[in-house]
Design a protein around this ligand. Structure first.
Ligand code: CO
Length: 304
């Protein structure tokens, strides 16, 4: 008979703690007696060993920006997680990552999306996060979600600057830079892509962008390159890592890769197999978004 009132009491306590945490919101995070904080980095994932450098660079950037905080990784792709587990280098999913942070005593979590744009994968992350928070209402005081890399015009300008500076040495005068974004069948984030493309093109008329799985594809790209009389192009992924898409769909030897299609159109190509995670200016945007997120998912939306 004793368990009922005590569980009622603990429920009430948790409720009041949550209320207090919501009232304090961001301010408690910076206080001297602040609760233990931690970071969860969420990416689609990769099983390509050469692509891992991008993940390591992002890991280092976050450890530097958030000193003393545990940085845990989650991959959303089940196929990749299974493959990595079979190879003996497991990476967990979102729930695993949150449980890991809780086991380290973390009470305030910053989840940072490493997606380039808020498409289907980001929506799935948001949903998984809210579900997990609902299932473990007392586990954290605050959970903040940082938005993907390209959210604003400011982000696109910063990314264009970083990508162009990074590719500078590979391009001689007049040579094009062709960027392969991911995109997706249902077009979510398709407009974000078009906006980013305009910003990149404004920064440099010789930058051309299309997607491997989205609305703007290789045919439109080829037409544009032809109209601009491009003779040589550097090919680079506009993705966090230079993984499977970069190595096969972009730069691969198969006849339908972008490199092969461009070659058949008389354009010389050189592949730059580097993910955005390996470019400092791109990492800075992700870190900034992690710092900017002040909307605690554990609380009711703020009243306007
Ligand atoms: Co893909």
């Amino acid at each position: 008979m004793r368990s009922f009132p005590s569980s009622l009491l603990s429920f009430a306590l948790i409720f009041f703690l949550a209320l207090a945490a919501c009232a304090r919101q961001q301010s408690s995070v910076n206080a001297v007696d602040a609760p233990q904080q931690g970071i969860l980095l969420v990416a689609f994932g990769t099983s390509v060993p050469e692509a891992m450098q991008a993940m390591r660079d992002v890991d280092t950037a976050f450890k530097t920006a958030f000193p003393g905080q545990p940085v845990v990784w989650a991959y959303t792709s089940q196929i990749i997680r299974k493959k990595l587990a079979a190879e003996g280098r497991p990476v967990g999913g979102i729930s695993d990552g949150l449980a890991m942070l809780a086991s380290k005593g973390v009470r305030v979590v910053r989840v940072q999306s490493l997606h380039v744009m808020a498409g289907e994968e980001f929506s799935a992350l948001e949903r998984a996060l809210l579900l997990d928070v609902k299932q473990h209402p007392q586990r954290f005081e605050a959970v903040f979600l940082g938005r993907p890399m390209l959210e604003s015009r400011e982000d696109a300008i910063a990314l264009a600057r970083a990508v162009l500076a990074d590719a500078k040495d590979l391009r001689s005068k007049g040579e094009a830079l062709v960027l392969m974004g991911h995109g997706q069948e249902h077009g979510r984030a398709g407009l974000t892509f078009e906006g980013a493309r305009t910003v990149f093109h404004d920064a440099d008329r010789k930058v051309f962008m299309a997607t491997v799985e989205g609305a703007r594809g290789i045919d439109e790209l080829l037409a544009e390159l032809k109209a601009a009389k491009v003779k040589k192009a550097v090919l680079e992924p506009l993705m966090l890592v230079a993984g499977d898409h970069a190595r096969n769909d972009l730069a691969g030897e198969e006849e339908d890769s972008w490199a092969s299609r461009l070659a058949r159109a008389g354009i010389k190509t050189e592949a730059k197999l580097k993910g955005l995670g390996q470019i400092g200016g791109a990492r800075d945007i992700l870190v900034r978004h992690a710092k900017e997120s002040t909307d605690n998912l554990m609380c009711e939306p703020r009243k306007q």
